[in-house]
Design a protein around this ligand. Structure first.
Ligand code: AMP
Length: 411
């Protein structure tokens, strides 16, 4: 049974409530610094409009406290960007000061085919974070179809993600996924369920503790795990290797050893960096050196070294499926982006030769983009926390509230 999708659903003359993830990074002056989440929602919106439906868009933005309208968290910059991005959205209106106010409800009920409304920040309502059924019941009355296209929020059970589709279902109305959410699930779940082998996971980032559950789920499933980033130093210290002043989670040494033992008893080869780009401090332009093996007491490892990068690139070159979560070094400071950049280049070469490559959102997407390699991946997720939870093998409650249909069988 597959999740029902918006383009398989009749929408002519219907008002479709699209729960999007427009929670984009903004500069201090409100300027949007990365509009990928907005752009990637356009196909879902356009699919409804071109088939004679109307659209009510809703999202959260930032972290208002659920105490009503706050200008700093208004969806106004999102409305402006949507109007710029698509001629079909030139007439989009941001209505009301709350998604629950009468102005919003009246505008939603008066919508005509081809029209689009944007509601104000869902998190202006205190019931949103609490998964409140009363808030859901109120929003359910303004639309005919519920469409979840908010992958970045799909590991959460906020009212608009879970109680709301349940309310639509209780009212006998369709609940479906959008095209972006569908793509995210197909890539992230698909590679885990039916990978072409060799299957390689690249896992980096700051903390072992953040990646423990993902590592446990991947051991036994993937052929290789290539570890980088600061988390590698917790593993190396656990093995008794000198790591100098590198960032280590001392309270995770036992868990790190347990992961190494688990991998050793499985089909998965877990690899740690064998050389490191080191410096006395983390800042741009600092003097660096390469440490092979142990790191001197006054130095810290800030990136995988050239030999490790070359070896990881070789493993990646032979892979048919590659997943990546977490940068391999402190990529925000040059030259500590070099390891991430050269392995990303190898992923792109592998992808060109037919491998499937999937990168998690958040820091991973930022790191790959900073290296100028984003376009060559098969898929870069729009969800940081959500993509990591998918790698952990968690099931998402909000998806249980989406209708299913039987996929045609060709056997
Ligand atoms: P995460 O949020 O766990 O994916 O971690 C990403 C952060 O880890 C980035 O801000 C990187 O700068 C940082 N990072 C990666 N490798 C290192 C390292 N070797 N030393 C210090 N910070 C690192």
């Amino acid at each position: 049974m597959a999740l029902s999708r918006i383009d398989q659903t009749a929408v002519a003359g219907k008002r479709v409530f699209i729960r999007a993830d427009f929670n984009v990074p903004q500069e201090d002056d409100g300027r949007i610094s990365d509009d990928r989440r907005i752009r990637l929602t356009l196909p879902t919106i356009e699919s409804v409009l071109k088939r004679g439906g109307s659209v009510i868009l809703a999202s959260h933005l930032g972290r208002p406290e659920g105490k009503g309208h706050e200008a700093a968290f208004s969806m106004a910059p999102i409305a402006a960007r949507l109007r710029e991005l698509s001629p079909q959205l030139a007439g989009l209106r941001l209505v009301g000061t709350r998604c629950t106010d009468a102005e919003a409800a009246d505008a939603a009920r008066a919508l005509k085919a081809g029209e689009v409304l944007l509601l104000e920040n869902l998190r202006f309502e205190k019931g949103e974070k609490k998964g409140d059924a009363a808030l859901a019941a109120q929003l359910e009355t303004i639309a005919d179809v519920y469409c979840n296209d908010a992958f970045g929020a799909s590991h959460r059970t906020d009212a608009s993600m879970h109680a709301l589709p349940l309310a639509f279902r209780a009212a006998g109305k369709p609940t479906v996924t959008g095209l972006l959410l569908d793509r995210e699930i197909r890539f992230l779940q698909g590679v885990l369920e039916t990978p072409e082998r060799p299957f390689v996971a690249i896992i980096g980032g700051a903390k072992v503790s953040d990646k423990l559950a993902a590592l446990r789920n991947l051991i036994g499933r993937v052929d290789s795990i290539l570890v980088g980033g600061a988390m590698a130093y917790t593993f190396l210290k656990a093995q008794g290797v000198a790591v100098g002043r590198s960032r280590v989670q001392d309270d995770m040494l036992a868990q790190a050893l347990e992961i190494l033992q688990r991998a050793a008893g499985s089909r998965t080869r877990l690899e740690l960096p064998t050389d490191h780009v080191c410096a006395a401090e983390l800042k741009e332009g600092v003097a660096t050196g390469i440490a092979v093996g142990p790191i001197a007491a006054d130095m810290m490892g800030l990136d995988i070294g050239p030999a490790t990068a070359a070896h990881y690139a070789q493993v990646v070159a032979a892979a048919r499926t590659i997943i990546w979560n977490g940068p391999l070094g402190a990529f925000e400071w040059k030259p500590f982006d070099a390891g991430t950049s050269s392995v990303a280049a190898a992923v792109i070469r592998a992808t060109k030769s037919g491998a499937t490559s999937v990168a998690g959102g958040g820091d991973t997407a930022a790191a790959v983009e900073a290296c100028g390699h984003a376009a060559g991946f098969s898929h870069i997720s729009t969800g940081g926390g959500a993509s990591l939870e998918m790698l952990e093998g968690k099931s998402f409650e909000c998806l249980e509230a989406i209708d299913r249909h039987i996929e045609p069988s060709y056997s």
